[in-house]
Write a protein that binds this ligand. Structure first.
Ligand code: AHR
Length: 504
């Protein structure tokens, strides 16, 4: 948690970090990813048979090696909007017998050459856990139950045996399952009202937990600030003894929210992710409100928030049906750093966060036929995933603020927008870490630091201008390493992310 005091422009900014004030555990799942059958994410991204860079499964080895660096705990699949017309049985069995189908989310053709077994094998090679999203559009509950049975079944039953027939004896034990994706959206096949969704989600959850009570089920929220979020939570977070529930275990484990931000104006771009912070706060309150109103006892599991799509994305600049390939700038990398600061500050409420997406589609990692490019946004993700783990610790920032317009506009009244955006953590290795984004594009900021001591390792991400990029043959943004002796003030360069790391 980071608290904030607004000061005058001419006062010296102060950042105080108390490594002994452990606020909450950081769930490692906040560094999760997302791969959708969309654009070149799967085909040409993680799966590229025949390419010399691919292994015998057709998996791109360079992509796997790169993603391993990010130490990704969970990857969501197969969408996204794609889920709403996806029949998982099309993607299993002999490849030559798999049907090609029209795909209605992104208006392409789905060849089904990559499906459940391929994805689960890819996850095992990457060392990550799968998270499946169920088809709440054209899919049925029977199909959803069959998918769980296929993946996790241990008995002598039809779909468990089908998995065995297709070469996999051991169950995959897929733990995370989403009850649909963005079912509120007008772009969604079988868009639903909140009433229709809540009814269906609850009934599906009941059946899924009868089949496997250990599943972690994720309710489809909106952006965390809507009446959809309130209504679905209110309808589905019920006490175990509710007349609507015969379940021995709580049916809903997490509530999903999504947010994409972007602006061509740097200061709007880097303050936009603060909307995620307010959304987490509001969702957390809605969870409490639903539990209070429904008289859920305190002994029953309180769901966490699953921020399972977040990133910088302008869908006009990088259209979904054209593959949504963004060319990220330094400004975007700093926006990603602010998102990650938010996730560290709000670790108490977050059970998972998935950057959307992991390869090519609005992604920090791009492929071509002969290699990969790490976009500007790769570098803050790498730094955070490497160091910002363990516990969120107490920090206080005193500085002046950006006072201009924000996007979304409501950030202006709902959040303060300090020039220095800060989060801090302590790892189980005894090292404290502070991530500081100087969002200013005009001035460096000389700040007094309280807390860091000894020889401090410094990692800086910056460049000559906020429009610096790693695309179009350029490599302008990466991490620079140095040290600081923790004396005097520290000069945070304009438009930069600085990660300070010291032994406590
Ligand atoms: O990540 C791209 C798309 O954005 C996803 O398919 C959808 O859930 C969201 O609208």
């Amino acid at each position: 948690m980071t608290t904030f005091t607004k000061t005058a422009d001419d006062e010296t900014p102060v950042i105080s970090i108390d490594a002994h004030k452990r606020i909450s555990r950081i769930n490692p799942n906040i560094y999760s990813g997302f791969t959708e059958h969309m654009g070149r994410c799967i085909y040409g991204g993680i799966y590229d048979p025949g390419n010399p860079l691919s292994d015998e499964n057709g998996f791109r080895k360079d992509v796997i090696e790169a993603l391993k660096e990010l130490n990704i705990p969970v990857v969501r699949y197969p969408g996204g909007n794609f889920c709403a017309t996806y029949h998982w049985t099309d993607g299993i069995g002999p490849k030559e017998e798999r049907p090609a189908r029209p795909e209605l989310a992104w208006l392409g053709t789905e060849t089904n050459q990559f499906g459940t077994n391929e994805f689960l094998k890819w996850c095992e090679i990457l060392g990550t856990e799968p998270y499946f999203c169920l088809n709440f559009g054209t899919g049925t509950l029977d199909e959803a139950l069959a998918w769980v049975e296929y993946c996790n079944g241990t008995s002598d039953t039809y779909y468990a045996n089908l998995r065995r027939k297709y070469g996999r004896e051991k169950p995959y034990n897929v733990k995370y399952w989403a009850l649909g994706n963005e079912t509120w959206g007008p772009w969604q096949v079988e868009q639903m009202t909140k009433e229709a969704y809540a009814h269906k989600a609850y009934q599906w959850a009941k059946a899924l937990k009868l089949l496997d009570p250990s599943l972690i089920l994720i309710l489809c929220g909106q952006d965390g600030t809507s009446s959809w979020d309130y209504y679905t939570l209110k309808s589905c977070l019920l006490p175990l003894n509710s007349p609507l529930s015969t379940s021995a275990v709580p049916l809903i484990d997490m509530h999903s929210i999504h947010l994409y931000t972007s602006s061509s104006s740097h200061l709007k771009n880097v303050t936009a992710p603060l909307a995620a912070e307010r959304a987490i706060e509001i969702t957390s309150s809605l969870i409490d409100l639903a539990m209070i109103e429904n008289r859920v006892p305190p002994t029953q599991l309180r769901p966490t928030i699953c921020f399972d799509e977040w990133n910088v994305w302008d869908p006009i600049r990088a259209e979904g049906s054209k593959g949504a390939e963004e060319s990220y700038t330094l400004s975007d990398a700093l926006a990603v750093a602010v998102f990650l600061n938010v996730f560290i500050r709000k670790s108490k409420d977050l059970g998972m966060a998935c950057i959307a997406q992991s390869v090519n589609v609005i992604s920090p990692l791009m492929t071509s036929k002969d290699g990969i490019t790490k976009q500007t946004t790769w570098w803050p993700l790498l730094l955070f995933s490497k160091y910002m783990r363990g516990w969120t610790i107490g920090a206080h920032v005193s500085c002046s603020t950006y006072e201009g317009p924000t996007s979304p506009e409501w950030v202006r009244f709902a959040k303060e927008t300090p020039w220095l955006d800060v989060s801090a953590s302590i790892g189980d290795d005894g090292y404290a870490n502070a991530a500081i984004v100087n969002i200013r594009d005009d001035n460096d900021i000389d700040a007094k630091l309280e807390g860091p001591s000894g020889l401090v390792s410094v990692f800086t991400i910056s460049a000559g201008s906020v429009s610096a990029t790693n695309m179009k043959g350029k490599q302008e943004v990466s991490i620079k390493e140095s040290t600081w002796d923790a004396t005097g003030k520290y000069l945070f360069p304009r438009h930069s992310l600085t990660l300070l790391r010291w032994r406590v």
